[in-house]
Design a protein around this ligand. Sequence first.
Ligand code: SF4
Length: 324
Amino acid sequence: MTEKLIEIKNLKKHFPVKKRWFQKKADTVKAVNGITVDIFKGETLGLVGESGCGKSTLGRSLIRLIEPDEGQVFFNGKDILKFSGSELRQTRRRMQIIFQDPYASLNPRMTIGSIISEPLKIHKLVRSRQERMDRVEGLLKEVGLRSDVLGRYPHEFSGGQRQRIGIARAISLNPDFIVCDEPVSALDVSIQAQVINLLSDLQKKFKLTYLFISHDLKVVEYISDRVAVMYLGEIVELAYSKDIYRDPKHPYTQALLSAVPQIDPKTKRTRIVLKGDVPSQVHLPPGCPFHPRCHYKIVDRCRIEKPPLREIAPDHWVSCHLAE
Ligand code: SF4
């Protein structure tokens, strides 16, 4: 895994928040605040962090479901933020998303056949009705559903089945890259494993690359090759999954992992309880954004100077002055 499919450079997405009557200028929520990361062909990059840290905004910005404010996103070497018209449409076809809530993302008034075939029609990938139906039936088979569901509606299916329909729609256009945005969070644990295994099988079969967003560190450990940990709109640690789970270097990652139940008693971790709440993404703390909650014996530098994301071991990146 050395060939880059996606290169994200200094990506930013800030949202204005409503002005109070005495304010001259609206504040901004810095949801994605200067992210730089590569995603390699065929890999699953896990993206973890607490709710509201900017994970979904990053996933949606990089496929231009929402427009970023600043930065570059190279897809196969081309900056897609400069694309418009047919160039953008063609690229969008190759970058898809699977949403957390499969019910909300499926039009309740459309049959399953229409939901899955609509992208094929829009992108003119099939020439006849018969070809379209054959393709839809093939896609349903790929995700483990029978073809007799074609005329039924989303409300007639369970959560797991609906997510399978969402996956069929996402792979219908033969994408290279899929943002999986909390794809199993709304499902029962037993169903989660089935959907994760389905995503893994499809990845191997169609050589897909995933950005897998989740707050569930166990799920991310299972499916990811590498893991990026996000805090207040920035990546604070990035490494191969086995390295980050065996020996997390950033105090925030350590705290997140300490809360994950361990089956193997040899890997038992002492629970680290983070101080206070996540600071506001409107008024970020000076220096290291994590310093108000850090359990390390922080130094003056932590309060003044923002730590850069630096490579402390091969392919292991951490933004902490004290990590080594
Ligand atoms: Fe903690 Fe300082 Fe490292 Fe920030 S730079 S994570 S405050 S030790």
